[in-house]
Design a protein around this ligand. Structure first.
Ligand code: ZN
Length: 245
């Protein structure tokens, strides 16, 4: 089976469509949460995802619009965008987000937004955090999003305490899923990359060849920024798309 692995679309439909168009054939989309929040097309992104065969988990921005989640966890711009997003969504769209689970397991893979330890909120930004999280899933591999930075953390199967390595994947490089290692894999963000590269980020997985690859895709950033401007979304959120941070 072939999977398109995406995360953190954040209401950026043009980025999502660019990725869907660029990706080779796949059997299913695995989406690691934050379908909405920040971007100008939350409704359209939900509809596009629902047209596809998909497994999706909830992100903190998805929860923020469907629950009276304490928005104090968000900075001022994110709060404003969350309130704007909530007002755009129909009851059916809110229901779709509300029923997303925090965790799904598919074969050898666990899917969460933040981390297997705290699926909605924890950021895995450091090797020490990654290392601790290997104890919180039973499968060989865990797919996460939330940081908007593509990365792979690897640990030998029987040695989680002492050795854990981080690797920034190169564009289109094919990486084998080793039988002797466990991995936490982040495909980066479709709609708001934060690794200094403003291109949409995604990953492809083939469970027959056991190869994983990461990809970057250009999309019309200025058009999205123009849509955000017209929606009166916060200027800092508009500007950051140009820089990928
Ligand atoms: Zn996010």
């Amino acid at each position: 089976m072939r999977y398109l692995i995406i995360s953190d679309i954040h209401g950026n439909l043009l980025a999502l469509d660019a990725v869907l168009e660029a990706a080779p054939t796949y059997d299913q989309v695995w989406c690691l949460g934050d379908v909405v929040g920040y971007g100008p097309n939350p409704c359209e992104c939900i509809h596009r995802l629902r047209e596809l065969p998909h497994l999706t988990v909830a992100g903190n921005h998805d929860r923020a619009v469907t629950e009276d989640l304490n928005l104090d966890e968000f900075n001022a711009d994110a709060q404003e965008a969350a309130l704007w997003t909530r007002n755009q969504l129909s009851t059916a769209e809110l229901d779709f987000l509300a029923q997303l689970p925090e965790r799904r397991v598919a074969g050898e893979f666990t899917l969460v937004h933040g981390s297997p330890r705290h699926p909605i909120w924890e950021y895995i930004l450091a090797i020490s955090t990654a290392r601790a999280n290997f104890d919180y899933f039973d499968t060989s591999f865990c797919l996460v999003g939330h940081t908007h930075v593509p990365v792979i953390y690897t640990t030998p199967r029987n040695d989680t305490l002492t050795r854990c390595k981080a690797m920034a994947p190169r564009d289109a490089e094919e990486l084998p899923l080793a039988d002797t290692a466990r991995m936490i894999i982040n495909p980066g963000s479709v709609g708001q990359p934060r690794d200094g590269i403003p291109l949409a980020s995604y990953a492809l997985l083939d469970t027959e060849t056991r190869l994983l690859s990461f990809h970057r895709q250009p999309y019309p950033i200025e058009e999205v920024q123009e849509q955000m401007h017209r929606a009166n979304l916060p200027p800092r959120l508009i500007a950051r798309l140009s820089f990928g941070w």
